[in-house]
Design a binder for this molecule. Structure first.
Ligand code: TXA
Ligand code: MG
Length: 311
């Protein structure tokens, strides 16, 4: 904690654990620190970042919360929900964080992240701690393997509990729009909001989420989803009790959740993909995963990992 605070105050970046995934954090009010984040990730510059806060007061200092957003914040913070909100004119957030938009994505993380932000007294910009387009890191070891040579400190909080990035929503005209499925299932948000959520980026609106880029979260191997059988040379990412045909010929196999539990599957998703990638198999075949609850976000990540790489 002490070393992280000192580095962040000096405008450095630090990898920190959150309940969703590891974040590459920098002082959101310091343009150089935010630039260092982009540099370390090798990320295209125009993608906006999430401003992480330690409480409602800090959130209200940077963004305006309408009553429905406020209700969602009360229901899910601290936790894996990000709200896209109108940016306050006088907010101290550096424009590199918002990529010049007049909205800002805000989230209050659980545990170490919140404690660190409270100590610092300023919001932290923190994308997932992986180089651009690579698999999201859910352990300190994965961060070390990817970014270790480029950043001064990784805070090891063990494997993250949720294992998927936060769900991103935006309230528009009293409706909740789902911009990115994630750690809180849409159904759970619907129950708290008392309405159904609208899916997709919205009419005529610019799609700002890099998660929306087709080829994202990509391992080195190609990914084949909904595999009913395993082809020669393939590794297998399994789910549940029933195996794909010819599973015994897989060069490596890991099961996201032998009991078919989607939360367990989410927590294992990125680390299992990384492990199968290390097997050297040219293709990872993935068994079908139900699209309900957290399965929506899991399938979204898998589709992006499976998308052609040349876009
Ligand atoms: O769980 C998480 O959300 C993790 C942890 C570290 O908190 N962070 C994370 O950040 O996933 P990142 O930068 O990988 O993803 C942030 C997403 C991007 O898809 C970005 O485009 C979107 O949030 N975003 C940020 N600001 C936005 C805005 N003003 N409007 C729409 N989307 C926005
Ligand atoms: Mg990411």
């Amino acid at each position: 904690m002490e070393r992280a605070v000192a580095l962040l105050e000096a405008g450095e970046v630090v990898a920190i654990p959150t309940e969703t995934v590891y974040g590459l954090a920098g002082d959101a009010t310091n343009g150089e620190a935010v630039a260092r984040i982009f540099e370390a990730k090798g990320r295209p510059r125009l993608n906006p970042l999430i401003a992480h806060v330690s409480g409602m007061v800090m959130a209200s200092g940077i963004a305006r919360l309408d009553p429905l957003s406020e209700k969602l914040a009360q229901a899910f913070w601290p936790g894996p929900l990000t709200l896209v909100l109108p940016l306050r004119q006088d907010a101290s957030i550096h424009p590199l964080v918002t990529a010049g938009l007049d909205t800002v994505a805000v989230r209050m993380p659980q545990g170490f992240g919140s404690a660190l932000i409270a100590r610092l007294g300023r919001p932290l910009a923190a994308p997932s701690a992986n180089s651009s387009g690579r698999i999201t890191a859910t352990t300190a070891e994965a961060v070390e393997a990817d970014l270790g040579s480029r950043i001064p400190l990784i805070v090891d909080g063990g494997p993250t509990t949720v294992g998927l990035e936060s769900t991103i929503v935006k309230v528009e005209d009293g409706k909740v729009r789902l911009l990115r499925p994630g750690g809180v299932a849409a159904e759970v948000i619907e129950a708290a909001a008392g309405q159904t959520v609208v899916r997709g980026a919205g009419g005529g609106e610019r799609v700002e989420a890099p998660g929306m880029l087709a080829s994202h979260y990509a391992p080195k191997a190609s990914v084949r989803v909904g595999a009913a059988s395993v082809l020669p040379g393939e590794a297998l990412l399994a789910f549940g009790q029933v195996r794909a045909e010819n599973a015994d010929r897989a060069v490596a196999m890991l099961n996201l959740s032998p009991s078919g539990n989607l939360r367990e599957a989410a927590a294992n998703l990125f680390s299992h993909m990384q492990a199968l990638d290390r097997s050297g198999a040219p293709t990872i075949a993935v068994e079908s995963i139900p699209a309900t609850g957290l399965g929506e976000a899991i399938n979204d990540r898998l589709r992006r990992a499976a998308a052609p790489r040349d876009q």
